[in-house]
Design a protein around this ligand. Structure first.
Ligand SMILES: [Zn+2]
Length: 314
Protein backbone atom coordinates (compact mmCIF):
# COMPACT_ATOMS: atom_id res chain seq x y z
CA UNK A 1 0.00 0.00 0.00
CA UNK A 2 1.28 3.45 -0.86
CA UNK A 3 1.09 6.14 1.79
CA UNK A 4 -0.99 9.10 0.48
CA UNK A 5 1.71 11.63 1.34
CA UNK A 6 4.29 9.61 -0.53
CA UNK A 7 2.14 9.40 -3.63
CA UNK A 8 2.31 13.17 -3.96
CA UNK A 9 5.99 13.28 -3.27
CA UNK A 10 6.83 10.58 -5.74
CA UNK A 11 4.68 12.01 -8.46
CA UNK A 12 6.87 15.09 -8.50
CA UNK A 13 10.26 13.58 -7.98
CA UNK A 14 12.36 11.76 -10.44
CA UNK A 15 15.46 9.76 -10.63
CA UNK A 16 18.57 10.18 -12.71
CA UNK A 17 19.50 6.85 -14.20
CA UNK A 18 21.64 7.38 -17.25
CA UNK A 19 24.35 9.52 -18.78
CA UNK A 20 22.29 10.64 -21.76
CA UNK A 21 22.55 14.27 -22.86
CA UNK A 22 18.79 14.82 -22.71
CA UNK A 23 17.66 16.92 -19.78
CA UNK A 24 14.48 18.39 -18.40
CA UNK A 25 14.96 22.16 -18.53
CA UNK A 26 13.24 22.99 -15.24
CA UNK A 27 15.67 20.90 -13.21
CA UNK A 28 19.19 21.98 -12.33
CA UNK A 29 21.56 20.93 -15.10
CA UNK A 30 23.37 17.83 -13.99
CA UNK A 31 24.67 16.64 -17.34
CA UNK A 32 22.59 13.50 -17.37
CA UNK A 33 19.01 12.59 -17.95
CA UNK A 34 16.14 12.23 -15.60
CA UNK A 35 14.86 8.70 -15.92
CA UNK A 36 11.97 7.03 -14.18
CA UNK A 37 9.97 8.22 -11.20
CA UNK A 38 11.37 7.47 -7.79
CA UNK A 39 9.88 4.34 -6.27
CA UNK A 40 8.41 4.68 -2.81
CA UNK A 41 6.11 2.63 -0.60
CA UNK A 42 5.28 1.96 3.01
CA UNK A 43 6.27 -1.31 4.68
CA UNK A 44 4.15 -1.09 7.78
CA UNK A 45 5.39 2.07 9.49
CA UNK A 46 8.68 2.11 7.54
CA UNK A 47 8.82 4.51 4.60
CA UNK A 48 10.88 3.02 1.79
CA UNK A 49 12.36 5.00 -1.08
CA UNK A 50 14.61 3.34 -3.67
CA UNK A 51 17.36 5.55 -5.08
CA UNK A 52 19.66 4.54 -7.91
CA UNK A 53 23.39 5.16 -8.07
CA UNK A 54 23.27 4.80 -11.88
CA UNK A 55 24.18 1.69 -13.80
CA UNK A 56 27.11 -0.68 -14.15
CA UNK A 57 28.17 -2.61 -17.22
CA UNK A 58 29.23 -6.21 -16.76
CA UNK A 59 30.30 -8.82 -19.28
CA UNK A 60 27.30 -11.16 -19.35
CA UNK A 61 29.62 -14.12 -18.75
CA UNK A 62 30.39 -12.71 -15.28
CA UNK A 63 26.87 -13.66 -14.20
CA UNK A 64 27.92 -17.32 -14.03
CA UNK A 65 31.46 -17.87 -15.35
CA UNK A 66 31.69 -21.52 -14.30
CA UNK A 67 28.27 -22.58 -15.62
CA UNK A 68 28.00 -24.95 -18.58
CA UNK A 69 28.07 -22.56 -21.58
CA UNK A 70 25.16 -24.04 -23.49
CA UNK A 71 22.83 -24.03 -20.50
CA UNK A 72 23.92 -20.52 -19.52
CA UNK A 73 23.38 -19.16 -23.02
CA UNK A 74 19.99 -20.85 -23.27
CA UNK A 75 18.89 -19.28 -19.96
CA UNK A 76 19.98 -15.80 -21.04
CA UNK A 77 18.32 -16.12 -24.43
CA UNK A 78 15.11 -17.38 -22.84
CA UNK A 79 14.91 -14.70 -20.14
CA UNK A 80 16.44 -11.69 -21.89
CA UNK A 81 15.36 -12.44 -25.44
CA UNK A 82 18.92 -12.39 -26.76
CA UNK A 83 22.47 -13.30 -25.87
CA UNK A 84 24.09 -9.97 -25.00
CA UNK A 85 27.84 -9.54 -24.59
CA UNK A 86 27.30 -7.16 -21.72
CA UNK A 87 24.50 -6.52 -19.28
CA UNK A 88 23.51 -3.30 -17.53
CA UNK A 89 23.22 -3.85 -13.80
CA UNK A 90 21.06 -1.61 -11.66
CA UNK A 91 22.23 -0.13 -8.34
CA UNK A 92 19.23 0.07 -6.01
CA UNK A 93 19.70 1.78 -2.67
CA UNK A 94 17.02 1.46 -0.04
CA UNK A 95 16.41 4.60 1.99
CA UNK A 96 14.34 3.75 5.07
CA UNK A 97 12.67 6.31 7.27
CA UNK A 98 11.40 5.14 10.64
CA UNK A 99 10.88 7.38 13.66
CA UNK A 100 13.82 9.78 13.84
CA UNK A 101 16.04 7.55 11.72
CA UNK A 102 16.91 7.91 8.06
CA UNK A 103 18.79 4.78 7.04
CA UNK A 104 20.63 4.30 3.74
CA UNK A 105 21.75 0.87 2.61
CA UNK A 106 25.20 1.21 0.98
CA UNK A 107 26.51 4.49 -0.39
CA UNK A 108 27.40 3.70 -4.00
CA UNK A 109 30.52 4.13 -6.12
CA UNK A 110 31.16 7.88 -5.87
CA UNK A 111 33.25 9.03 -8.81
CA UNK A 112 35.84 6.31 -8.34
CA UNK A 113 34.42 3.34 -10.28
CA UNK A 114 32.43 3.12 -13.53
CA UNK A 115 31.49 6.48 -15.13
CA UNK A 116 27.78 5.57 -15.39
CA UNK A 117 27.57 5.15 -11.59
CA UNK A 118 28.02 7.64 -8.77
CA UNK A 119 24.58 9.29 -9.07
CA UNK A 120 23.40 8.60 -5.52
CA UNK A 121 24.07 12.04 -4.03
CA UNK A 122 22.36 13.69 -7.00
CA UNK A 123 19.38 11.41 -6.54
CA UNK A 124 19.23 12.22 -2.82
CA UNK A 125 19.22 15.88 -3.78
CA UNK A 126 16.52 15.44 -6.48
CA UNK A 127 14.41 13.83 -3.79
CA UNK A 128 15.15 16.67 -1.37
CA UNK A 129 17.08 14.54 1.08
CA UNK A 130 19.98 16.33 2.77
CA UNK A 131 22.97 13.94 3.08
CA UNK A 132 23.54 15.40 6.54
CA UNK A 133 20.11 14.08 7.57
CA UNK A 134 21.09 10.42 7.03
CA UNK A 135 21.50 8.98 10.55
CA UNK A 136 22.63 5.45 9.68
CA UNK A 137 24.38 3.76 6.77
CA UNK A 138 24.47 -0.03 6.49
CA UNK A 139 27.18 -1.53 4.30
CA UNK A 140 26.05 -4.88 2.93
CA UNK A 141 29.68 -5.42 1.93
CA UNK A 142 32.76 -3.44 0.99
CA UNK A 143 32.90 -3.82 -2.81
CA UNK A 144 33.47 -0.62 -4.86
CA UNK A 145 29.88 -0.13 -6.04
CA UNK A 146 28.62 -0.30 -2.44
CA UNK A 147 31.20 1.68 -0.48
CA UNK A 148 33.43 3.84 -2.69
CA UNK A 149 30.96 6.71 -2.39
CA UNK A 150 32.03 7.16 1.25
CA UNK A 151 34.46 10.04 0.67
CA UNK A 152 34.06 13.22 -1.33
CA UNK A 153 36.99 14.60 -3.35
CA UNK A 154 38.04 16.84 -0.46
CA UNK A 155 38.34 13.82 1.84
CA UNK A 156 35.23 14.61 3.87
CA UNK A 157 32.40 12.12 4.39
CA UNK A 158 29.54 12.25 1.86
CA UNK A 159 27.14 11.36 4.70
CA UNK A 160 28.75 13.30 7.53
CA UNK A 161 26.45 12.54 10.46
CA UNK A 162 25.80 8.83 10.01
CA UNK A 163 26.73 5.85 12.13
CA UNK A 164 28.07 3.14 9.80
CA UNK A 165 26.87 -0.43 10.39
CA UNK A 166 29.29 -3.05 9.07
CA UNK A 167 29.39 -6.83 9.51
CA UNK A 168 32.12 -7.77 11.99
CA UNK A 169 33.66 -10.28 9.62
CA UNK A 170 33.54 -7.85 6.69
CA UNK A 171 35.29 -5.12 8.67
CA UNK A 172 37.98 -7.48 9.94
CA UNK A 173 38.64 -8.90 6.48
CA UNK A 174 38.99 -5.64 4.54
CA UNK A 175 40.64 -3.51 7.22
CA UNK A 176 43.45 -6.06 7.53
CA UNK A 177 46.43 -4.79 5.49
CA UNK A 178 47.26 -8.42 4.59
CA UNK A 179 44.05 -8.72 2.54
CA UNK A 180 45.50 -6.49 -0.19
CA UNK A 181 48.61 -8.60 -0.61
CA UNK A 182 46.55 -11.81 -0.82
CA UNK A 183 44.21 -10.56 -3.54
CA UNK A 184 44.65 -11.52 -7.17
CA UNK A 185 45.98 -8.54 -9.18
CA UNK A 186 42.62 -7.73 -10.77
CA UNK A 187 40.96 -7.35 -7.35
CA UNK A 188 43.76 -5.49 -5.55
CA UNK A 189 42.08 -2.13 -6.12
CA UNK A 190 38.95 -3.53 -4.39
CA UNK A 191 40.99 -4.20 -1.24
CA UNK A 192 42.75 -0.83 -1.31
CA UNK A 193 39.44 1.03 -1.70
CA UNK A 194 37.59 -1.03 0.91
CA UNK A 195 40.32 -0.43 3.51
CA UNK A 196 40.49 3.28 2.66
CA UNK A 197 36.74 3.77 3.16
CA UNK A 198 36.30 1.53 6.21
CA UNK A 199 39.20 3.23 8.00
CA UNK A 200 37.76 6.64 7.05
CA UNK A 201 34.62 5.86 9.08
CA UNK A 202 36.15 3.63 11.77
CA UNK A 203 35.35 5.97 14.65
CA UNK A 204 31.70 5.93 13.50
CA UNK A 205 31.45 2.19 12.85
CA UNK A 206 29.04 -0.06 14.68
CA UNK A 207 30.09 -3.67 14.08
CA UNK A 208 27.11 -6.01 13.67
CA UNK A 209 26.30 -9.69 13.37
CA UNK A 210 23.25 -11.86 12.67
CA UNK A 211 20.14 -10.66 14.53
CA UNK A 212 21.51 -7.27 15.59
CA UNK A 213 19.04 -4.42 15.38
CA UNK A 214 19.57 -1.39 13.13
CA UNK A 215 16.30 0.22 14.22
CA UNK A 216 12.92 -1.01 15.43
CA UNK A 217 11.86 -3.88 13.12
CA UNK A 218 15.05 -3.65 11.04
CA UNK A 219 17.79 -6.18 11.66
CA UNK A 220 20.89 -7.86 10.27
CA UNK A 221 20.94 -11.21 8.47
CA UNK A 222 24.29 -12.88 7.81
CA UNK A 223 24.51 -13.74 4.10
CA UNK A 224 28.19 -14.63 3.58
CA UNK A 225 29.89 -15.87 0.44
CA UNK A 226 29.72 -13.00 -2.03
CA UNK A 227 32.24 -11.51 0.37
CA UNK A 228 33.36 -13.09 3.67
CA UNK A 229 31.13 -10.89 5.82
CA UNK A 230 28.30 -9.92 3.47
CA UNK A 231 25.11 -9.00 5.35
CA UNK A 232 21.52 -8.40 4.32
CA UNK A 233 18.91 -6.26 6.05
CA UNK A 234 15.51 -7.61 7.08
CA UNK A 235 12.53 -5.30 7.52
CA UNK A 236 9.99 -7.15 9.70
CA UNK A 237 7.09 -4.84 9.08
CA UNK A 238 4.08 -5.04 6.78
CA UNK A 239 4.59 -7.79 4.22
CA UNK A 240 8.33 -7.87 5.02
CA UNK A 241 11.37 -7.08 2.91
CA UNK A 242 14.86 -8.52 2.62
CA UNK A 243 17.43 -6.09 1.27
CA UNK A 244 19.73 -8.73 -0.15
CA UNK A 245 22.72 -6.73 -1.43
CA UNK A 246 24.69 -8.91 -3.84
CA UNK A 247 23.83 -12.26 -2.25
CA UNK A 248 21.39 -12.64 -5.17
CA UNK A 249 23.06 -10.66 -7.95
CA UNK A 250 20.85 -11.19 -11.00
CA UNK A 251 17.06 -11.46 -11.07
CA UNK A 252 17.42 -13.89 -13.97
CA UNK A 253 20.50 -16.04 -13.53
CA UNK A 254 20.97 -16.06 -9.72
CA UNK A 255 17.27 -16.71 -9.09
CA UNK A 256 16.78 -19.47 -11.66
CA UNK A 257 20.15 -21.08 -11.04
CA UNK A 258 21.24 -20.16 -7.50
CA UNK A 259 23.70 -23.04 -7.73
CA UNK A 260 25.74 -21.15 -10.33
CA UNK A 261 28.36 -18.90 -8.72
CA UNK A 262 28.31 -15.21 -9.67
CA UNK A 263 31.66 -14.03 -11.05
CA UNK A 264 32.27 -11.73 -8.09
CA UNK A 265 31.40 -14.31 -5.40
CA UNK A 266 34.54 -14.54 -3.28
CA UNK A 267 33.72 -17.91 -1.68
CA UNK A 268 31.51 -19.62 -4.28
CA UNK A 269 30.36 -22.63 -2.21
CA UNK A 270 29.29 -20.43 0.68
CA UNK A 271 27.64 -17.90 -1.66
CA UNK A 272 25.62 -20.69 -3.31
CA UNK A 273 24.46 -22.11 0.03
CA UNK A 274 23.49 -18.62 1.23
CA UNK A 275 21.61 -17.88 -2.00
CA UNK A 276 19.64 -21.13 -1.90
CA UNK A 277 18.68 -20.66 1.75
CA UNK A 278 17.62 -17.07 1.17
CA UNK A 279 15.50 -17.89 -1.89
CA UNK A 280 13.87 -20.79 -0.03
CA UNK A 281 13.09 -18.50 2.90
CA UNK A 282 11.50 -15.79 0.74
CA UNK A 283 9.48 -18.29 -1.31
CA UNK A 284 8.18 -19.66 2.01
CA UNK A 285 7.58 -16.57 4.16
CA UNK A 286 6.59 -14.22 1.31
CA UNK A 287 9.00 -11.44 2.26
CA UNK A 288 9.78 -9.40 -0.82
CA UNK A 289 13.33 -8.97 -2.05
CA UNK A 290 15.22 -5.82 -2.90
CA UNK A 291 18.07 -6.89 -5.20
CA UNK A 292 20.83 -4.30 -5.51
CA UNK A 293 21.70 -5.13 -9.12
CA UNK A 294 18.19 -5.97 -10.35
CA UNK A 295 16.44 -3.61 -12.79
CA UNK A 296 15.16 -0.54 -10.91
CA UNK A 297 13.59 -0.53 -8.34
CA UNK A 298 14.68 -4.14 -7.86
CA UNK A 299 11.77 -5.10 -5.62
CA UNK A 300 9.63 -8.15 -6.14
CA UNK A 301 8.41 -11.52 -5.06
CA UNK A 302 10.24 -14.84 -5.16
CA UNK A 303 8.32 -17.98 -6.08
CA UNK A 304 9.33 -21.59 -6.50
CA UNK A 305 9.45 -22.89 -10.07
CA UNK A 306 9.86 -26.38 -11.51
CA UNK A 307 13.56 -25.52 -11.76
CA UNK A 308 14.94 -23.02 -9.25
CA UNK A 309 12.89 -19.93 -8.48
CA UNK A 310 11.30 -17.03 -10.34
CA UNK A 311 11.32 -13.30 -9.57
CA UNK A 312 8.36 -11.09 -10.36
CA UNK A 313 8.88 -7.36 -10.08
CA UNK A 314 6.41 -5.19 -8.12
ZN1 LIG B 1 27.53 -4.96 -6.22
Amino acid sequence: MTHPKLTDIHRRRFLALSASAAAIPSLPSTGWAVGSETYGSMIGDVELTVLSDGSLTLPSGALAPAAPREEFEALLTRTMGSLPETVEAGTNHALLRIGDDLILIDNGSGNKYQPTAGRLLDNLSLNEVDPAAVTKVVFTHAHPDHIWGTLLDDGSLALPNATYYVGETEFEFWSDPATETQMPDEFRAFAVGARRDLLAVQDRVQLVKEGDSIASGISVLDTPGHTPGHISVVVERGEGLIIAGDSIASEFVSVQRPDWAFGFDAIPDVAIATRMALLDRMATDGHRILGYHFAYPGIGQIERASDGYRYSSV
